[in-house]
Design a protein around this ligand. Sequence first.
Ligand code: FAD
Length: 260
Amino acid sequence: MVRDVAYDCDVLVIGGGIVGLSTAYAITRAAPGTRVTVLEKEPGPARHQTGRNSGVIHSGIYYRPGSLKARYAVRGAAEMVKFCAEYGIAHEVTGKLIVATERDELPRLHALVQRGRENGIPVRELGPAQISEYEPEVRGLAAIHVGTTGICDYGAVAERLADASGAEVRYGAEVVRIDRRAALGVAVRTADGAVVRGKALVNCAGLQCDRVAMLAGDDPEMRIVPFRGEYFDLARPELVRGLVYPVPDPAFPFLGVHLT
Ligand SMILES: Cc1cc2nc3c(=O)[nH]c(=O)nc-3n(C[C@H](O)[C@H](O)[C@H](O)COP(=O)(O)OP(=O)(O)OC[C@H]3O[C@@H](n4cnc5c(N)ncnc54)[C@H](O)[C@@H]3O)c2cc1C
């Protein structure tokens, strides 16, 4: 129970990446009239992971059938395409090839076919000749084509979420202190000395969410492990038509060289 004190908003969201802005959007859609304030330390939205990712709308093929990740990824991919179409944001459902180039990858590729189908994703198995129907310059022993993978402009998605949410989004507002009291809600202080009070706080600070959790007095009970990656522009982009990925290495399933 939160006592009646002067609040600047009902819900405070820390972080103006896609998670913070879609949280604001979802709250104002689900409970119209809720006052949401988003505090983002950068001068605009999507300046960290959201605006620097590969721009892929993932199908959900890799996730265990029935898991929340699988359900949300499959539903989220469809909703992202719908959102982009509704708001005129650049996007395309390109499909994606996952290509096995070594014999020992074939059982894992086959397992992905099963997994994809159990997740309700359209998957087509391809032999070497069929691979070139999709990608004439790609060679492999076998591949699968995943129909629902696409690409979009996540920076534009974040901007649109910020506008459409109706939330107050404050840029240049780095949260440096959080005071959380039972029955009183939260008061946060930003680097410029402003204080913002809310009944509830949602931590959407991306790779700094552990620091924000500690500011609120929580033990995040997890560690953020950074990996460095590199992007290269193809000198001859005409060599590929769409997205081409290797079969994931089970030791590092989230890493690998891919063409996006
Ligand atoms: C290289 C790379 C490629 C990727 N490719 C894809 C892809 O193709 N498709 C896909 O779906 N996903 C991809 N991802 C994952 C995806 O980009 C992230 O899961 C997503 O962007 C996370 O969003 P977020 O809002 O949690 O974090 P972020 O976008 O990082 O936003 C967090 C925000 O919190 C703000 N913040 C932090 N601390 C504070 C504070 N104290 N006060 C105020 N603000 C604060 C930051 O400034 C930042 O803007 C990729 C990720 C990476 C790193």
